[in-house]
Design a protein around this ligand. Structure first.
Ligand code: KG4
Ligand code: ZN
Length: 351
């Protein structure tokens, strides 16, 4: 079975082709960073218009790279939510239409399920059940993953997501969009402890997060202060350390609570190398193992959508002819897939 996947939920246009036997054959990505940079954040209408321009050429390139022609495809997967509704509709319309034209099934994929299943693209996929720490621009969740489509949310954020906390504090420091990776880069040159920011919700039991106070704390710390580059790096370090410690302690707590010894970390913030190191150390300390997607599949991409789509198509899921997308879509509402299927069976190997 071979699928074409399309991702367009936010500011990345992407297409990928995944084959059940041969693995990942092509993955194409175009980032809209330059389109949105002047505005300091994603402008939804500009995002939609750019997806319309870029998606089809990306699909063509992916087909050329993979070879085998459209006849070799068994289905088309597209991100149907959650995300920016206009952006989602561009990918959904294209994916649904191509599947119709080629006479093959289409499947709507949940973007966050894509992130959760991205580590299955790696040669050493994580076993089920496991705890997933999903840290993206819009979500910060601890999820008990018992199998594909079998998700139980253990903890969520009450306000900002971890990626949002990175982005908003980066903006306060005057760093260009997208702020997360910029702040992480700057933090590398900072001295730990010069700025001690709050570790939100650590003093309380439970697995909830709250990151909005961090932004206010940074605002207070930098107000009326001339920040030279050295001090700026120290602030960045303070912010990153606060976010990482919070995520690490809560992830450990989730392992403790569930009695599981496998942790999966995915979503854009899982590209942060300091976070990876902190989680690896914490897990090793308690005899647990951590799995990540490779860096390029931490942030938005179509390979992860292909993985989720292929597993769902293989289980018989497919959409009607209506073009549907959802800005909000609770992950717990997804249908379970082939209960009992091992992750090794689910894994499709590396490119
Ligand atoms: O998963 P993703 O690409 O898009 C969403 O689904 O939201 O995540 C994007 C988020 C942004 O907030 C971005 O700043 C953050 O991931 N991010 C990082 C790093 N790379 C991306 N945050 C911290 N350190 C990084 N290296
Ligand atoms: Zn994402």
């Amino acid at each position: 079975m071979r699928v074409l996947a399309i991702e367009s939920s936010c500011d990345e246009s992407a297409a990928a082709i995944l084959d059940e036997t041969d693995g990942l054959l092509a993955h194409e990505l175009y980032s809209q960073v330059e389109v949105h940079r002047a505005y300091g954040g994603v402008v939804p209408e500009l995002a939609s218009r750019d997806h319309v321009r870029k998606l089809l050429p990306l699909v063509r390139r992916a087909l050329e790279t993979a070879g085998g022609g459209t006849d070799s495809l068994c289905g088309v997967a597209y991100t149907a939510g959650p995300g920016l509704i206009g952006a989602l509709l561009t990918g959904a319309a294209l994916g649904r239409s191509l599947a119709y034209a080629w006479g093959i099934p289409a499947v709507a994929v949940h973007h966050l399920e894509g992130h959760l299943l991205a580590p299955l693209l790696e040669p050493q996929p994580p076993p089920f059940p496991h705890v997933a720490l999903l840290v993206s621009g819009g979500h910060t969740q601890l999820i008990e993953v018992r199998g594909v489509g079998r998700y139980r949310i253990l903890g969520d954020t009450r306000d900002d997501a971890a990626g949002e906390a990175f982005d908003k504090t980066a903006k306060l420091l005057g760093l260009p969009y997208p702020g997360g990776p910029e702040l992480a880069r700057l933090a590398g040159a900072g001295v730990p402890g010069v700025f001690q920011f709050p570790r939100p919700m650590l003093d309380r039991p439970g697995l909830e997060f709250s990151f909005s106070g961090l932004k206010t704390a940074v605002q207070h710390a930098v107000r009326g202060r001339a920040l030279d580059p050295r001090l700026e790096a120290d602030v960045a370090r303070g912010v990153q350390d606060a976010i990482i410690e919070t995520l690490t302690v809560k992830a450990e707590r989730a392992l403790e609570q569930t009695g599981l010894d496998t942790l999966v970390v995915s979503g854009g913030v899982s590209a942060n190398l300091s976070l990876r190191a902190a989680l690896a150390a914490a897990a090793a300390h308690r005899g647990a193992r951590v799995y990540y997607p490779r860096i390029e599949f931490c942030t938005d991409n179509a390979a992860m959508i292909a993985m989720a789509g292929l597993l769902r198509l293989r289980a018989g899921a497919h959409q009607g002819l209506a073009i549907e997308a959802r800005a909000h879509w609770p992950i717990e509402s997804l249908a379970p897939v082939a209960a009992g299927a091992s992750s090794r069976e689910a894994s499709l190997g590396s490119p």
